[in-house]
Design a protein around this ligand. Structure first.
Ligand SMILES: O=P(O)(O)OC[C@H]1O[C@H](OP(=O)(O)OP(=O)(O)O)[C@H](O)[C@@H]1O
Ligand SMILES: [Mg+2]
Length: 165
């Protein structure tokens, strides 16, 4: 897969605001959850914020890795399974959290593990959107979201080059 056309860089401030907005949306559903299953690694950061906002202290992880080479998706690998006691709930009382859904493949795999769980992501692209119950911001399929933990400060070329004067 080539690099998506558009870039959507997200700062820590913006990510915190958006993850808090996800928490508000989740609390607005009127449902409550006693457990979060977060999809590592990207789900770890929003899970910490949502857990704080919704007072959820029981947190488990599932590791699904598929983007092995930056933007190209390969085989889905489950590197860490959900704990057996949480699997037994089939997802009742479980909030599944990830940073984003793109093609929806990761969400589909975890949904199949916990079919009664509620799936929340901060960002969603159109293909993945039907697989999540609650999200905050939709970006187009040809946009790559750059998360703050993947970014650093760097020189920016001016929009118009030349010496001016
Ligand atoms: O909807 P999909 O097309 O399946 O893509 C979404 C998934 O891809 C990214 O994780 P990645 O597999 O890159 O692992 P990471 O969270 O460890 O970065 C992202 O954090 C989602 O979990
Ligand atoms: Mg991920």
């Amino acid at each position: 897969m080539s690099l998506p056309e558009k870039a959507f860089p997200v700062s820590w401030d913006q990510f915190h605001r958006d993850a808090r907005a996800l928490s508000w949306r989740l609390s607005g559903t009127g449902q409550s959850w006693d457990t979060i299953v977060c999809i590592t690694r990207g789900g770890l950061v929003p899970a910490a914020i949502v857990a704080r906002e919704l007072n959820i202290r029981r947190i488990d992880t599932v590791s699904v890795a598929s983007y092995h080479d930056y933007t190209s998706q390969g085989d889905m690998q489950i590197l860490k399974e959900i704990s057996p006691d949480i699997m037994e709930t089939e997802g009742n009382g479980v909030l599944i959290v990830d940073d984003l859904t793109d093609t929806g493949k990761t969400a589909a795999i975890v949904r199949a593990m916990l079919p009664k769980g509620h799936f929340g992501t901060v960002y969603a692209k159109p293909k993945g959107r039907p697989l999540v119950d609650t999200f905050v911001t939709e970006v187009s399929q040809d946009t790559w979201i750059y998360f703050p933990w993947d970014l650093g400060f760097a020189y920016q070329e001016p929009i118009t080059k030349g010496h001016g004067g």
